[in-house]
Design a protein around this ligand. Structure first.
Ligand code: ADP
Ligand code: MG
Length: 728
């Protein structure tokens, strides 16, 4: 077995980097393979162009004739670039992206054929979707779902395929994907936020949600990855002793990027430029072989598509460079995991970022309105925010071996904390002229455009205000950002809707003017949202106690966290905001619960196999060697042999102890699993998998890792941490 490990190591030692030139002018490549506004202007008739634009901006329908024209133009454009196939490209609930390629090619009788792509193929398709998860939405007799074109996310060419971003829905209209509810949530927040904006500026007619994600990942040599069955099957290492040197020295973070990784990044960035993904930042992360990539932020729907697309592209480019890319949240125990920070803001069609402080008091009151409403929304729905990032793999970060904690809280910095304190003291009801002036000049007017303390941000906060945006840091690196973006935009929409209602009521019933009413409502929100604000160390034990006192949720495991998704509060929220109905919510819940069970089940099986088939036999081989050695010593030294063979004797017994423990624990784990598998109710099964099966993982691992340290390195079958993490 050790042969595989050494073969893999040899392969990596002999690698030479594939040198990729750094494109000097990225701007020239940017969007080259995207059917974007510029290209459309070139290829479309004026009517068709206007049709797409108004569909994007106003959500109007595109009629059939126009769709035909657009399809024809897309085909011409794509074929001019060597494209042969097209596909509807969507994001099913399995995670990842789905595509089914069809050729443009069609026969027309008489033994002839043409290249064809019409409006009907563009607008709607019926992929055989019966094997995508649907949480019981589609009965088997109606196993059909269809994909429908999303004109707000431009078509793009990948390889020789024209990819058309689409939604994926059942025949009865329920969403089977991430995009459908996301589009609905974005619409909800647009509607609610625009109305609130109109208090300040009548010219605002649209509010757009923006997302800038930061993607963390590991790069591991392909051969080393392939030599680890646990990684191949579960995406993470289920065992492996920590290396003597890990990340203690912090020498990787922001250090110079290793050559092989840099060449991968260059190659990737070129692909991204062509695909119109505006990647901008690349750097090393905290752990060895860990990196981060971030684009310039975009409209949320497009940003989510781009994140899903880039994860796919990264996998392919990594493979060209003999790497395997790891998006798992915790591939290595004892070493930092990966996340995906979601930077979020709202902006108007008049060009204002609603979460950016400004120079004028009027604009700052608007800023405070959106700032405080967001805080209130998170305060009221913190548990739902936690539910949105729950997965078996993210559990390893949230509240387990590593921060951020499973408790959602908001960091806003010292300056804004002070501002909120002052606003909390605003008089109830009508304001005196002096108070108005004071507020204008000394509170609202004094918010600096650049918040100094936000440059020194609290990295331990899961939800932090970072100057002109909020940053949700607890999202998993493997996750589709849509989940958290659906929730965030929906709760903010709901909150803004309530705010508008309350302000209007105060104006009407109490005769307050608009500003007075806004101050009055905001004051109450600040009072009601105090529990969610936390400036201290989110990683400390103290915070766990304090948060419990405040009544904040602390759902450490996925089965526990997911339950909120189908609480009455959540069902009414998504219903009211027209983002998801109860059927859709329950289906998603079911899928997540099942996914959790599968993940833990697979990990348990793989761990059992490796422990019994790799680790134990290797330990026995080594033990036999020791036994032979002791026997030899006895032969030579007789009764005196103990003087020379003490260490060996100890090792022999220690190895036996660990082998015994592994055997016993794997055995009881298997029995426990059999019991769990008999449980019919999936929710209960997930709970049991979490409480009865998962705890064995650490115990079995402990003994395996001990053996790794005892057994001769020459025969150890599994590639070690130090070998995987420090290859260049
Ligand atoms: P960090 O210091 O946390 O690494 P940066 O300041 O470099 O973060 O920005 C991280 C991400 O935030 C980038 O993707 C950036 O485009 C995005 N971002 C910046 N401003 C906004 C905004 N107003 N709305 C949404 N995302 C934004
Ligand atoms: Mg960040």
């Amino acid at each position: 077995m050790a042969k595989i490990r050494f073969q893999a190591l040899k392969e990596t030692f002999n690698r030479t980097p594939i040198n990729i030139d750094e494109p000097i002018k990225r701007s020239v490549l940017f969007g080259e393979n995207v059917f974007n506004e510029d290209t459309m202007r070139q290829y479309l008739t004026k009517d068709a162009f206007n049709g797409v634009m108004s569909a994007c901006k106003l959500g109007t329908k595109i009629d059939r004739k126009i769709a035909d024209q657009i399809a024809g133009a897309m085909k011409d454009w794509a074929m001019s670039k060597g494209v042969t196939h097209y596909t509807h490209w969507f994001q099913p609930l399995t995670g990842g992206t789905a595509e089914k390629h069809d050729a443009f090619f069609e026969t027309i009788g008489g033994g002839r054929a043409v290249e064809k792509f019409g409006g009907s193929e563009l607008v709607q398709q019926e992929p055989d979707a019966s094997s995508f998860p649907n949480g019981g939405i589609r009965n088997t007799f109606e196993a059909r779902g269809y994909t429908a074109w999303d004109p707000t996310s431009p078509a793009f060419i990948y390889g020789t395929t024209l990819c058309i971003p689409t939604v994926f829905v059942s025949y009865t209209g329920e969403a089977l994907d991430y995009k459908t509810p996301l589009l609905r949530a974005l619409q909800a927040v647009d509607k609610a936020a625009t109305k609130v904006c109109n208090y300040f500026d009548k010219n605002v007619s649209k509010v757009t949600s923006s997302l800038g994600w930061e993607q963390e990942y590991f790069l591991i040599d392909k051969a080393l990855y392939a030599s680890r069955p646990d990684m191949v099957l579960t995406g993470r290492t289920l065992l492996g002793h920590a290396p003597a040197k890990g990340q203690q020295l912090d020498d990787h973070y922001f250090g110079s990027i290793p050559t092989r990784a840099l060449n991968f990044m260059r190659d990737l960035e070129t692909e991204c430029m062509l695909l119109g993904i505006p990647v901008k930042t690349r750097h090393n992360e905290v752990a060895p072989n860990q990196f981060e990539l971030a684009p310039i932020y975009e409209e949320t729907n497009l940003a989510v598509d781009h994140n899903s697309l880039i994860m796919d592209v990264m996998g392919r480019v990594a493979s060209r460079h003999n790497f395997k890319i790891l998006f798992h949240e915790k591939p290595f125990a004892g070493i930092n995991g990966s996340g995906k920070h979601n930077n979020w803001s709202l902006s108007t069609d008049t060009g204002i970022n609603l979460l950016a402080p400004s120079k004028t008091p009027k604009r700052n009151l608007q800023f405070l309105t959106f700032f405080i409403n967001t805080i209130k929304a998170i305060n009221d729905y913190e548990e739902l925010m936690r539910a949105g990032i729950a997965s078996a793999s993210n559990d390893h970060r949230l509240g387990a071996n590593e921060a951020p904690p499973a408790i959602i809280s908001i960091f806003i910095g010292e300056q804004l904390t002070k501002v909120l304190k002052e606003l909390e003291n605003v008089t109830k009801g009508k304001l005196s002229p002096e108070e108005k002036t004071d507020l204008k000049l000394n509170v609202v007017g004094k918010i600096p455009e650049i918040l100094l303390d936000n440059t020194d941000r609290n990295r331990t906060s899961p939800f932090a205000f970072t100057g002109n945006k909020f940053e949700f840091r607890a999202v998993g690196s493997k996750a589709n950002c849509a989940d958290s973006m659906i929730i965030l935009n929906t709760i903010v929409a709901k909150q803004l809707k309530e705010f508008k209602k309350e302000v209007d009521a105060l104006i009407k019933s109490r005769g307050l003017n608009k500003d007075e009413a806004i101050f009055n409502v905001l004051r109450e929100y600040i009072k009601q949202s105090k529990d969610i604000l936390f400036e201290g160390n989110g990683y400390g034990d103290e915070w766990q106690k304090e948060a419990a006192k405040r009544g904040l949720s602390n759902n450490r495991s996925t089965p526990e966290a997911l339950k909120t998704k189908v609480s009455q509060k959540s069902i009414s929220l998504f219903n009211e905001m027209e983002v998801m109905n109860e059927v859709e919510l329950r289906a998603r819940y079911e899928i997540k619960v099942e996914e959790y069970i599968m993940n833990i089940q697979i990990e348990a099986r793989v761990l059992g196999d490796i422990a019994l088939n790799h680790v134990v036999p290797t330990a026995i081989s080594y033990q036999n060697l020791l036994i032979k050695n002791v026997k030899g010593l006895k032969e030579i030294f007789g009764a005196e042999f103990k003087k020379y063979g003490n260490e060996q004797l100890d090792l022999i017994t220690e190895i036996s102890t660990h082998i015994e423990a592994i055997g016993a624990k794997v055995h009881t784990m298997v029995e426990a699993r059999k019991k769990c598998n008999k449980i019919e109710d999936e929710v209960e099964k997930a709970d049991k998998y979490c409480s009865e099966i998962k705890p064995y993982f650490d115990e079995i691992r402990y003994h395996c890792d001990k053996l790794e340290m005892m057994v001769d390195d020459e025969i150890w079958p599994l590639t070690k941490y130090r070998e995987m993490l420090f290859t260049r």
